[in-house]
Design a protein. Structure first.
Length: 269
């Protein structure tokens, strides 16, 4: 796998580890097998996070496209009926860019808007950090924070155009791409509702923890602090995971759709 493609994957996924379904794990193993050891170590966390957000059909499409591009994993295919040049002209590359640049910029705009809305709604609906903390001399206990994971957009639309475009767009000719499936909107009411419900549940857990902790303080210490904190976190953790999954499903899907389209363009010259 070429390094630009590896860099592009960083922009697609956060570095947090994700639990993979069996079909996602199989795909991860197949992709990693096309890389050298150094590239594997660098790319695996990003690949895991990316694959975890995709359904089985999307995973199969990505794997097939990646394996076809891997230089050390040649595909056995019939000789194509049409023979094309293998190097694109500057005009060909500009033709391709005029299609994917506006699409990537619009997908970035939608993703950034989603991220900012989620951040603002979390801040408005959930208790502030430290709201349920109890502490004393050299000790502190509190439930884990309500910090759900979803695939955030990159820091700049220019980065997406420069890195994703050069990594995924074909470099051997002129192509036509279908970006019609990109979803660059999201349901604000649904996002707000999901966050509000999760934060209300979190608030109930936090208040119960705080009341129990205050009752348990003795001589300036909380003897059962670890047990109380662990019990609270055992209830908060599924809330965080579930909210992250809901946010991932509600987020715009433009970027992933565009990358799939770039990998499966139709050759026109």
């Amino acid at each position: 796998m070429h390094k630009p493609l590896t860099i592009a994957l960083v922009l697609l996924a956060a570095t947090a580890a994700a639990e993979l379904a069996p079909y996602q794990q199989v795909a991860l193993d197949r992709i990693l097998a096309t890389m050298d050891a150094e590239s594997q170590q660098y790319a695996q966390p990003q690949l895991e996070a990316m694959l975890a957000t995709m359904n089985e059909a999307q995973v199969n499409m990505i794997v097939q496209s990646m394996l076809e591009q891997a230089p050390d994993n040649p595909q056995e295919e019939e000789e194509p009926a049409d023979v094309y040049d293998t190097v694109a002209t500057p005009e060909d590359l500009e033709y391709n860019r005029r299609q994917f640049e506006p699409a990537l910029r619009e997908a970035w705009r939608a993703g950034k808007e989603f991220d900012e809305f989620v951040d603002a709604t979390l801040a408005a609906r959930c208790p502030a950090a430290g709201a349920y903390a109890v502490y004393g001399s050299a000790w502190r206990y509190e439930p884990m924070a309500m910090q759900p994971y979803w695939t955030r957009t990159s820091n700049s639309a220019d980065i997406d155009v420069q890195v994703l475009g050069s990594s995924y767009a074909p470099q051997d000719g002129r192509y036509r791409f279908d970006f019609s499936g990109a979803r660059n909107t999201f349901d604000r009411n649904a996002v707000d509702g999901a966050i509000t419900r999760a934060c209300n549940d979190y608030r109930a857990i936090g208040e119960e923890f705080l009341a129990s902790a205050r009752r348990g303080i003795s001589n300036g210490f909380l003897p059962n602090g670890d047990a109380l904190e662990n019990a609270a976190n055992a209830r908060v953790s599924p809330l965080v995971t579930a909210l992250g999954e809901q946010l991932q499903a509600l987020a715009p899907t433009g970027n992933a759709t565009i990358l799939n389209a770039l990998l499966n363009g139709t050759r026109v010259n």
